[in-house]
Ligand binder design. Structure first.
Ligand code: 8DG
Length: 158
């Protein structure tokens, strides 16, 4: 059993990340594979605010969600973006992977770079969606697990 990590401990260690994680029933209760996307249009990035009645209400995030059984991580991000925003995306590559620990949970994140190839933006689950520049993104209150991602975006802006 892995020792519990402090709430805000983040690991951004892609070297140790497997491409996909086999989740057995005994692990499923505390381990999630989550995909999210940095969707860019010109110099803007699409960010989303979680709904008021949601886990982590009103914090900002990159759109995405949990992998379902039988789908790959790429299929997962394409499905989630379609469900949440009614956009069709093309995955351009992996921006980063990380493992985030909180309470007794582990989230295996894969954050993709993606571009829109179709659809009309709808807000099916979020409280708000905004297109922001890299200069503006630091002003938003992101989910704890995303703070490292935002820092990496800021660092790589040039
Ligand atoms: N989509 C997304 N989830 C994030 C981010 N940061 C972060 O900590 N999370 C967490 C919140 C959840 O515990 C988990 C994914 O949640 P979700 O609620 O979006 O997943 P889902 O669409 O599959 O949701 P559901 O069907 O279970 O309601 O990852 C992020 O940037 N994007």
């Amino acid at each position: 059993m892995m020792a519990e990590k402090p709430y805000n401990e983040k690991l951004n260690d892609s070297k140790n990340m497997p491409e996909a994680v086999e989740i057995t029933d005994s692990k499923a209760a505390f381990m999630k594979e989550v995909t999210a996307a940095i969707i860019r249009d010109g110099d803007k990035i699409l960010i989303c605010q979680r709904a008021a009645d949601d886990e982590c209400a009103m914090l900002w995030e990159f759109p995405g969600g949990k992998r379902e059984n039988g789908e790959t991580l790429e299929e997962c991000i394409i499905r989630e973006i379609r469900e949440e925003l009614e956009l069709d995306i093309r995955v351009l590559g992996i921006f980063t992977k990380s493992i985030y620990h909180f309470n007794n949970n582990e989230i295996y994140f894969t954050l993709y770079n993606a571009e829109i190839i179709g659809g009309e933006l709808q807000r099916n689950v979020h409280n708000a969606v905004e297109w922001v520049t890299v200069e503006e993104i630091g002003e938003y209150d992101f989910m704890p697990a995303d703070i490292g991602f935002v820092e990496k975006i800021l660092k790589e802006r040039n």
